[in-house]
Write a protein that binds this ligand. Structure first.
Ligand SMILES: *Cc1c(COP(=O)(O)O)cnc(C)c1O
Length: 245
């Protein structure tokens, strides 16, 4: 055994160069650990892969591993990728701010909208969905951190908004969504998620006709454990799965 040999690093792959399959395993393991720590069944938490900014080829690889739903925040990007993935039966989940004049594209492409945050958008969607002869599953996005996200309904307006939404036959309300404050302060982040859960619990007591509030979409690459600890039923994960944007 020569000295030179003992100094040569072994050819182990760098941990930063992992495959999509490995990153998916790692994210699923994080979800399972967080559920175990919270005394929850991992089957209660859905993973929504967020593919925004990544190419159709990357999505195709993810489809090959059994993923079907993909979160995107721009309608224009969905319109570009959808024709390249026609054979994949992808379900596009819109998670970003939607301009009212994009309601037609939502009705065309989206299987679900998680960022419904105002009446004008609900009205435009209702009109476009009627024309398309279809319904749409929606989550109402709440603003739970005053400083960070510009978008989201004021929690004080939630009950009234849900009452109005119950009048739209095309919109199927399934729950709530939020983005926490961007911070590594656990207490600050969890306060946002706790707020969403409290709002859901309060609204659920009103038993508004046709409104289901079972789903809580909260938690991303940087805070999914805290989302799960606060009762998330769906984590939206981009960079931890697909890599840096
Ligand atoms: C981009 C995005 C995510 C995913 O963020 P990551 O930090 O990459 O996991 C989740 N939710 C929304 C609304 C987003 O826009």
């Amino acid at each position: 055994m020569s000295t030179a040999d003992s100094q040569t690093p072994s050819p182990t792959p760098s941990t930063t160069v992992t495959t999509f399959a490995q990153r998916l395993d790692a994210v699923q393991a994080r979800i399972e650990r967080a559920c175990a720590a919270a005394g929850r069944d991992a089957a209660e938490v859905t993973l929504l892969p967020v593919s925004k900014t990544f190419d159709a080829d990357v999505i195709r690889e993810a489809v090959g591993l059994g993923l079907k739903r993909f979160g995107e925040n721009r309608l224009q990007e969905i319109a570009q990728k959808a024709p390249l993935l026609e054979d994949c039966n992808v379900q596009w989940v819109v998670i970003g701010h939607v301009q009212t004049n994009k309601a037609k594209e939502v009705a065309k492409y989206a299987s679900e909208l998680q960022s419904l945050d105002r009446l004008a958008l609900a009205e435009a969607l209702d009109q476009r969905l009627k024309a398309a002869g279809r319904t749409l599953d929606v989550l109402v996005q709440l603003k739970t951190s005053p400083e960070e996200s510009k978008f989201g309904l004021d929690p004080a307006e939630l009950i009234g908004f849900l009452e109005t939404l119950s009048g739209f036959e095309t919109l199927r309300v399934k729950g709530l969504m939020t983005m926490a404050v961007l911070s590594d302060d656990q207490a600050a982040v969890r306060a946002c998620f706790e707020k969403l859960r409290d709002c859901r619990d309060q609204a659920a007591r009103h038993q508004i006709k046709g409104i289901s509030l079972e789903r809580l979409s909260m938690g991303m690459s940087g805070d999914l454990e805290w989302g799960i600890a606060e009762g998330s039923t769906e984590v939206r994960v981009g960079s931890a799965l697909f890599g840096k944007r």
